[in-house]
Write a protein that binds this ligand. Structure first.
Ligand code: NDP
Ligand code: MG
Length: 389
């Protein structure tokens, strides 16, 4: 399988390279993109002589790489988009490990070109779930989820997708799971970046701390498996060993247990779900005897409920949700706003949003732009002390 990897310098990107390196008989890396962390370019090209195209955001490094590796075509964000990379590079599968809204257009381009899309970028579905499902329904490309919960559910549904009463996503609760809401007022970005069970990029780690990540994952599950909001639930689980589970009408439960390691779901997606489900076996059941589960409390994590609006009303609510969060997370990481301001900004943008049903891509892009301005304006007012919530 010829693979084009988007986001090679990131957490999922690096682990995807690991999976490709361990299975050279099945996968050939033909191209990749990085953003500003360009240092990995040389080592990837040296190991993968099959690479023909590389995209980088950092234009200042372009001429260096062009001279250093004359047999590879380099393009940079100043003149080209990642969608251009997808069109230029002769791949069969596109792995989308980009973060945030930047993943949406590449996902759409890949499907329009009838590629197999291995999708880590859940924001593509949050923002453009309807567009993506319309493309798939009209026979464009294929989609394989990388998110660990959705990979687990995919496996469970493969065994039996009949009479499912509830689809349950597990959640670690993020960095602040032991804190009350009052204690959240003064937490910092460096506190929020300490995830208890997973090593991930900065944005998703903050998304886990606010739990908007679980909100995104409910939306992701809704679009991937065509499940209504009321049939998708959340259970808090401290160790991240149980990756999600189904509850059937007769009370039976089916889930996937393994140590947290994203290379398992990445591998399953790269193999299009066609490998045996065995991931990591346990030496004994002892390692499972101290697993902890807790009932999910909506009041503690109010952002999660917004998934209900996005999945039931659809339209441009997903774009508003995603962009208000991206602006707020960015400002929080820069120390410009408090942790709870993230939530306040998202709720304000969502409650004032005028939904457009069945939006075109252009309408989604416009909402993304408008919410960017609106949320940035709110951040500036907070910085200037002009907002008292
Ligand atoms: P990282 O921040 O580690 O990596 C993101 C990648 O995208 C980097 O290569 C980065 O480039 C690149 N990038 C960032 N912004 C842009 C942009 N505007 N245009 C082009 N490229 C860009 O993120 P993760 O790997 O943690 O997450 C990737 C996706 O996978 C997210 O959607 C996340 O929610 C999802 N996911 C991640 C998991 C994990 O374990 N990490 C688990 C499940 C899902 P550079 O850094 O070089 O600038
Ligand atoms: Mg996940």
């Amino acid at each position: 399988m010829k693979i084009l990897l988007l986001g090679a310098s990131g957490s999922i990107g690096t682990q995807t390279i690991d999976v490709i390196n361990k299975n050279p008989q099945d996968f050939t890396l033909v191209g990749f993109s990085v953003g500003y962390r360009t240092r990995c370019i040389g080592s990837i090209i040296k190991k993968h002589h099959s690479v023909t195209h590389v995209f980088l955001r950092d234009y200042t490094k372009l001429s260096y790489y062009k001279k250093r590796y004359p047999n590879v075509t380099f393009i940079a964000e100043r003149d080209n988009s990642i969608s251009d990379l997808i069109k230029m590079c002769n791949s069969e599968m596109v792995v989308n490990a980009l973060v945030g809204f930047s993943g949406l257009l590449p996902s759409i381009t890949a499907l329009k070109l009838n590629k197999k899309l291995a999708l880590a970028n859940k924001e593509s579905l949050v923002v453009g779930g309807e567009l993506i499902n319309n493309l798939l329904a009209s026979g464009h490309g294929e989609l394989y989820p990388i998110d660990s919960e959705h990979s687990a559910l995919w496996k469970c549904l493969k065994v039996d997708d009949k009479n499912v009463k509830k689809m349950m996503l597990t959640a670690s609760g993020g960095a602040f799971r032991k804190l009350s809401r009052d204690e959240l007022e003064n937490v910092t970005a460096s506190d929020a970046l300490k995830h208890p069970t997973w090593q991930m990029g900065a944005k998703i780690t903050i998304d886990c701390a606010t739990m908007i990540n679980k909100c995104f994952e409910i939306i992701e599950a809704g679009y991937l498996y065509n499940y209504p909001y009321k049939k998708i639930g959340v259970t808090l689980h401290d160790e991240s060993y149980l990756h999600s589970y189904l509850i059937y009408e007769d009370g039976l439960m089916r889930g996937e247990l393994s140590k947290p390691d994203m290379r398992n779901p990445i591998k399953f997606a790269l193999y299009e779900g066609k490998i045996p489900f065995k991931t990591q076996t346990f030496k004994s059941l002892d390692s499972l005897k101290n697993l902890h589960f807790h009932e999910f409390n909506k009041e503690r994590y109010p952002l999660v409920d917004l998934a209900g609006i996005v999945l039931t009303k659809k339209g441009t609510y997903g774009a508003a949700l995603n962009r208000s969060n991206e602006v707020a997370v960015h400002a929080f990481l820069k120390g410009e706003i408090s942790f709870l301001d993230i939530e306040r900004i998202v709720f304000k943008c969502m409650s004032e949003h005028k939904n457009i049903t069945h939006p075109t891509l252009e309408q989604i892009l416009k909402v993304d732009n408008d919410i960017n301005l609106k949320a940035t304006n709110i951040v500036n007012q907070i910085k200037g002390g002009k907002i008292k919530w």
